[in-house]
Design a protein around this ligand. Structure first.
Ligand code: C2E
Ligand code: MG
Ligand code: MG
Ligand code: MG
Length: 284
């Protein structure tokens, strides 16, 4: 009896895997088609100077406007996209869309100082990257690339050193995303001369729970400032987080308490009516 139960389980299990493989394959085919048909779009989450709550920039976050399933977040497709090697195509598109939007904001004087775009490891290592960026003639100082610590784990940093310095020549800044949760060497990361460290929300959330957690955040802020690197707090979900980060010396705040990611039209509407968050207020 035990044996037959075991066999049933194996069958159910292998069916499950079959379904997962089929799903992944279908999502993969859908992604390829979505790229061709321009179904990828960009949401923007504003970031704010911690003291004034003036907008300091926006982070571009890719979304898939799926014909049947609606707006999908990266959780639903980024892993498959990586497996089928289309991350470079997606990241390229996001820069193109974000810069196009940025130009129209500038024309209208909407006051978005800069845009940050998440850059995957394969796109960073794409031989076409620098040429594409040159062709776009993006003025220096308005675009920055957010890189995950893990990028520097799966390739020794000297492999991408040339790319990093070419980005510097183009006036594109580097930010270390999700700082404090990866396993990359801190010396290696700091050698990249990042303009900003983004403290991961896994460190920001627990900050209000105890003195130790808060001290850790302060230590990161101090490391950043002693090296002339600005520090961004991510995942600011409450005004308590915001006040604490500000008091610990964090420069920039980003999170649901201040503003959620939103589409271009919503961002533009808010900026046109002179919106900015009010300390302790709702995110609208
Ligand atoms: P990330 O770069 O760390 O981006 C921040 C994520 O946290 C976003 O999720 C954002 O919506 C979410 N978030 C913002 N504020 C809060 C908050 O207060 N609380 C919580 N719990 N979450 C908050 P999203 O848009 O789903 O993106 C997830 C990840 O996907 C990003 O994490 C980034 O690693 C990746 N990603 C997003 N867009 C792109 C892209 O264009 N290219 C690549 N290669 N990766 C991207
Ligand atoms: Mg990011
Ligand atoms: Mg992050
Ligand atoms: Mg993240």
């Amino acid at each position: 009896r035990a044996k037959s139960v075991g066999r049933d389980r194996v069958e159910v299990f292998s069916e499950l895997i079959q379904t997962q493989i089929l799903n992944a394959k279908r999502i993969g085919d859908d992604i390829r088609q979505a790229i061709e048909e321009g179904q990828f779009t960009v949401y923007y989450q504003p970031q704010f100077h911690a003291r004034s709550l003036e907008i300091s920039g926006v982070e571009a976050l890719v979304r898939w406007n799926h014909p049947e399933r609606g707006i999908l977040t990266p959780f639903h497709f980024l892993k498959v996209a990586e497996e089928i090697n289309v991350l470079p195509a997606i990241d390229r598109k996001v820069v193109e869309l974000a810069y196009r939007d940025f130009q129209s904001w500038q024309k209208e004087g909407l006051g978005v100082p800069k845009i940050s775009v998440n850059m995957s490891s394969p796109r960073l290592r794409d031989p076409g990257l620098i040429a594409d960026l040159r062709d776009m003639r993006i003025p220096p100082g308005i675009l920055s690339f957010e890189l995950l610590e893990s990028i520097f784990l799966d390739d020794p940093e000297d492999e991408i050193a040339g790319t990093i310095s070419a980005l510097g020549d183009l006036g594109i800044e580097i930010e270390i995303d999700d700082f404090g949760t990866g396993h990359a060497s801190i010396i290696g990361l700091l050698n990249l001369n990042p303009a900003r460290l983004k403290i991961d929300r896994a460190l920001v959330g627990p900050m209000t729970e105890g003195a130790k957690q808060a001290k850790l955040v302060r230590a990161i802020v101090d490391i950043g400032h002693s090296l002339n690197i600005a520090v961004v707090g991510e995942g600011v979900e409450t005004w308590e987080h915001a006040a604490m980060l500000r008091d610990l010396g964090c420069d920039v705040l980003q999170g649901y308490a201040l503003a959620r990611p939103m589409d271009r039209l919503e961002l533009e509407q808010r900026l046109r009516r002179g919106w900015k968050p009010v300390f302790g207020g709702p995110d609208k």
